[in-house]
Every structure is written in structure tokens, then in C-alpha cells.
Design a protein around this ligand. Structure first.
Ligand code: THU
Length: 170
């Protein structure tokens, strides 16, 4: 049933990974489809990881986010000789997304090297919190593919977000 409603809304436009009505939250099938398809996110993150500027840590990270419209934005970490000025891969992907006029993240994937599961740093969890939902999947990948899946709520429980400020704004 979910699928047929999704198809009706899709009409002749769109395709795999594209929301039927540009607002995936209105369609459970879209939400599932877009969140569960990690191939393009992985490909985008892996490609951009190769461009990471990480001459100090040598820890190269690639990140990709999918938005409600189905577009994928990616970023890599960019370190700096003045160490605190470096930025994370997730921050780069978010900047690219916002620069393109988008603001609803429906899935996130990061890729890094090494044996461990490389989850987003604390600061990036909060950065993602601005644009994603508690149930948004965050995939942690190694060079071979996805190693673990978390929701944003799992990585950042009891989080602070834009709605906490709304009653103070006019
Ligand atoms: N890094 C990221 O890009 N994302 C994370 O979530 C974890 C850390 C980068 C920052 C720095 O360039 C390098 O990894 C080592 O911390």
C-alpha cells in the first residue's frame, strides 16, 4: 500500500532515491527507500574522501548526506596548519547542502580508514541535528562498505535543537 501511494505521487518524474513529492516525511515508502539505499551515499563519500586535506592526522574522512529531494551532497575533512581551524567532512557536506538551498537531511554516511567503526564526532552529531531527525539513519562505513548503522537519536540522545529556541523567538 505504501508503495502504490508512493508510485501515484511520483507520476512520471523521479526515480530511485527521489522523493515522490519533495517532502519524504509525507510518504513512508519514500522515507524507507531513501534511507535504505546507501550505494550512492557510499560512492559519493568514498569519492570525496580521496580529496581530504589531512596532512596532520593522516585520517581521511568522506561524508555524504541525502536530502528530502533525493540529492546527495558530500564533503571531506580539511585540516589546517593552525590545527583548530580544521573542519570535519560532515561540516563540508552540510555546507554544500545549505549552499545549494537545501536543509532536510534524510540519511548520512561517513567513510574512514582503519579497523574501528568511525562514527561522527560529537560536534558533527550536533551539526547534523540541525537538519536531520532523531530517526535519521547515520551509516558508518569503512573502505569495504557500511559497518554499522545508527540513528541520530542513538548518537545524540536528549539533544538540543532548533525547537528549543522557538518559544524565545518572535
Ligand atoms: N573528522 C571528521 O572529518 N569527521 C568526524 O566525525 C571525525 C573526525 C576528521 C577531523 C580531522 O581532520 C581528522 O578527522 C582527525 O580527527
Amino acid at each position: 500500500a505504501r508503495r502504490s501511494v508512493h508510485r501515484q505521487r511520483m507520476g512520471r518524474i523521479g526515480g530511485r532515491g527521489v522523493a515522490c513529492d519533495n517532502a519524504s516525511r509525507k510518504c513512508a515508502y519514500c522515507e524507507w527507500l531513501m534511507a535504505s539505499d546507501t550505494d550512492d551515499l557510499f560512492a559519493a563519500a568514498l569519492a570525496v574522501q580521496a580529496n581530504a586535506h589531512a596532512p596532520y592526522s593522516h585520517f581521511r574522512v568522506g561524508a555524504a548526506v541525502r536530502t528530502a529531494s533525493g540529492r546527495v551532497f558530500s564533503g571531506c575533512n580539511v585540516e589546517n596548519a593552525a590545527y583548530p581551524q580544521g573542519s570535519c567532512a560532515e561540516a563540508g557536506a552540510i555546507s554544500a547542502m545549505v549552499a545549494a538551498g537545501e536543509s532536510v537531511i534524510v540519511a548520512v554516511l561517513t567513510v574512514c580508514d582503519g579497523e574501528a567503526i568511525g562514527t561522527c564526532c560529537g560536534g558533527c552529531r550536533q551539526r547534523l541535528r540541525e537538519f536531520a531527525s532523531g530517526n535519521t539513519p547515520i551509516y558508518a562505513a569503512g573502505p569495504e562498505g557500511v559497518r554499522a548503522t545508527f540513528t541520530l537519536d542513538e548518537l545524540l540522545p536528549h539533544s538540543f535543537g532548533p525547537e528549543h529556541l522557538s518559544e524565545f523567538q518572535q
